[in-house]
Write a new protein. Sequence first.
Length: 579
Amino acid sequence: MKKSIVFKWFVLTVLLFSAMFLFVGITQNYFFEKYYINRKTDALKIHMNEYLSLTAKKGTETASGELYKNNRIWIIKLDEYGRICDVENYYIEVKLENESQSDLRIPMYPFEGEFSSDTLSSLKVGDDVIIDTVNIADERIPYLIQTDLSGVVNLSIANKLHGPDADKAYSHLDTGLYKGTIMKTVFPEERTYIPFPYNERYFLEKVKEFQAALLANDAKLLEHTEELSATENFAEYKVIIEPVIENGAAGYIFAMTSLQPVDEAISVIRQFYPYYFGFTFLCIIFLAFIFMRWLAKPLLSINHITGKIASMDFSEKLPVRSEDEIGQLSQNINYLSSQMETYIDQLKQDLDKEKQLENTRKEFISGVSHELKTPLAVMKSCLSILKDGIAAEKKEHYFQAMEGEIQRMDLLVVNMLDLAKFESGTYKPEMAPFEIDKVIAEVCSSLDEQIHEKNLSLTLRLCSQTVIGHKGLISRVVTNFLSNAIRHTKNGHEIVVAVRCNEQTAEISVENQGNPISEEDAKKIWNQFYRVEERTSKAGTGLGLSISKEILELHHSIYGVENTKDGVRFFFSLPVQQP
């Protein structure tokens, strides 16, 4: 037995530590990269916020250059049409023919061949040019500039509009053709003087791709920030495009960062893994041996004592030699042993309660069966009479009798469902302030016909007060109390509905003249289907007071029934809304 458990703990400990270190290694291998990318993404978003404040102070190009120099990130501000804002170092100005507006300023970064000697030599001041544009709203976005000898083209847009690979998604765009004369050119003097971002070919390529996609969607502003991944020459990049609105003008912050360092880090980590796992395995063997020797001995004692507890022998106790988990386990087992007899007694009590609950269920089913038996018998008798054609002149009377019994059965079922809901313990009424005197007045008005049928005198002694509770449920309690009073008050007698208020609570009572209730009946009157013999009435379902009890207990209300000088008084209380 001892060797078996020692061996099992040794194997389990080796597996546990091996799994732990293996999990660490796998996590590092597969999730470190995602963690790094998330950190880089978060840092890029922070720099994007910093970039907005820099552009307001130093301009778009200067702010982009500083962030690239200090943080090695590519970031630029675009207008709503995907063009770089405030281009100051690489553009031409063209005077259009037959156009009264100012010169057309054309940034040159989108065109193929930028910064080449061909581009610089082909566009000179005074040259006549033909410009193909995409027209959106009042904006003209050039994608082809031709001179007599040569030209430059934005292939990202041109290939989408023309040629064998034209995209149907761009067919709806309006294009234009304009003639003009170059009035000014601003080009870098030498390749080494090209400022950021115009010297970053791949970054500009991604900007142009974004602009082309934006034009296909009629330059509609993006609703959310977009995060993209890109790969160039086996290097990975993260791209974030964030829509912004400044001074009423829409635009975008276009940012990109390289993820190349994480690939190098992952490569080094993988080379280190053989040494790491070899040393870790030796440590696991040593730790498993020590842990097994320390843990197995008290477990053998625990097994011995728990075996005696299983045979209901509580005479022996475990020695507690430490305050760690093993010591706590020993204390718990000792406590279990000393308390077992108490738990057995409690179990017997619970079984008795379960039997009592089962008896309650049987009584409930018996009560329901009894309540349904009478209306079903009446309906069966009426149907038999109608079927046999007996007393045909009273046909309408029998239909009314059946209708009345159906309504009574319907009311019984509804009350049973409500009672089950209130007793479930899951229903929580929504409490709110309301005026109790108005609720009572509404209930009295709804029962006015029943009051007049018995020629009863209804006296209201109300005070205007706002209480806290569920208005609909409290209205139902008042209705049940008042209906009960009407049923059990003889013709011509009086019913008094009163509200008495103080600073903390309002007490609502319904008192009727009639026979008093015995002390035993006063305790049972709240039970389901219970009726006092001399007060029994066929009009009720036997559930009204039970439902009222559950509603008042949901409100934590003090309620009850008491005999008065002339009859019986039902009452309950509600908290008053504090000013």
